[in-house]
Design a protein around this ligand. Structure first.
Ligand code: 5GP
Ligand code: MN
Length: 325
């Protein structure tokens, strides 16, 4: 159940030391929303806000204002934050090593748009009908009469742009374009932001994509496609963790495919899985492994090696695609 805007504003107003937490492996929506939230609070309430990051800001989002301001756990481990705000973080366990800050805080707020988010904050503002947490923040700010400026507009625009896949996913609605039309009034450069997000890739990333496609396997008469990226693949391609972004969206482009998934071997030997589907609610599959997300895009981490993880996933999807075998 969502909290009232007044209660959330009061919590922000009364806080002395505020921390903003994105989820692990943050995407553009997460980073953009965290930055926008920081800038809003600093401007409206004249207090400093700290930005947390589990490891580092993905290179692709370093163009954003304040991208250099994110702090890792070691930088802030002696600080106590009385208010912690989680952005775009679908589940409590996705806060990973920021959980201690979250647990110690007197007040916590969760801003999100994942339908699987159960509302783990003291205050929650979760709108699954909106495209992105960026869009959630835009409408929250508008209702709260917070002022937008160029930097905030850039951060929110990037958040919305990336979570809608460049305004092409089905989560792109009239409200999305209304928000974006308003953001464009703040003198931001959409063409430049597009280039930064989608056309500034290191060669290693494209080579990793080629490898992922070459290794892909097709099942159920082409309805299902998957690929596995191992740590060895990552090392051989000299790729960074963030360079697997976009691979599952590429697999989904195959004309016959309904369900695409990517299994990525993690540093601790587990399996991070990304699901995308046109007709199947992939939160149903991801939630079998304690994951979640959106109807057409969900994920989970299976605490098994990729061979076992693959078998478990295949068992889950067997029921769905059995008819077309
Ligand atoms: P991706 O596959 O790009 O990592 O994530 C797709 C969607 O599912 C995103 O909205 C992401 O936040 C969500 N998601 C990914 N992994 C997990 C997970 O382990 N748990 C939950 N609850 N959501 C996840
Ligand atoms: Mn999001």
């Amino acid at each position: 159940m969502n909290s009232s805007i007044n209660k959330i504003i009061n919590a922000i107003n009364n806080a002395k030391n505020i921390l903003i937490i994105p989820h692990i492996n943050p995407d553009g929506d997460c980073i953009g929303s965290a930055i926008a939230m920081k800038l809003f609070i600093e401007k409206e309430y004249n207090k400093y806000v700290t930005l947390f990051i589990q490891s580092k800001v993905p290179e692709v989002y370093k163009f954003l204002p304040k991208a250099e301001d994110f702090k890792i756990e070691n930088d802030i481990c002696n600080q106590i934050f009385d208010l912690v705000i989680a952005v775009d973080c679908a589940a409590y366990d996705r806060l990973t090593n920021a959980i201690t800050f979250f647990d110690k805080a007197e007040e916590t707020i969760v801003f999100d748009h994942h339908k699987t988010n159960k509302g783990y904050g003291k205050y929650n503002y979760i709108l699954p009908e909106l495209s992105s947490t960026g869009e959630v923040l835009y409408y929250f700010a508008k209702n709260s009469k917070w002022q937008i400026d160029k930097e905030i507009a850039e951060a929110l625009y990037t958040a919305i742009l990336t979570d809608t896949g460049g305004f092409k996913f089905e989560n792109t609605k009239t409200k999305t374009f209304k928000a974006v039309a308003e953001l464009l009034r703040y003198d931001i450069n959409p063409s430049e932001i597009y280039k930064q997000c989608y056309e500034s890739k290191p060669l290693e990333m494209l080579k990793l994509r080629a490898l992922a496609i070459n290794k892909s396997k097709i099942l159920y008469n082409g309805k299902v496609i998957y690929t596995i990226i191992t740590l060895d693949d990552m090392r051989n391609a000299k790729a960074l963790n963030e360079h697997t972004d976009g691979i599952v969206e590429l697999l989904r482009q195959v004309d016959t495919v309904d369900l695409a998934f990517l299994i990525k071997e993690t540093e601790d030997g587990y399996s991070k899985v990304s699901f995308r589907s046109e007709n199947v609610d992939v939160t149903q599959i991801a939630s079998k492994f304690n994951g979640g997300g959106h109807t057409k895009a969900a994920g989970c981490t299976i605490k098994k090696n990729y061979t076992i993880a693959l078998n478990k996933i295949l068992e889950e999807i067997e029921y769905v695609y059995e008819f077309s075998k």
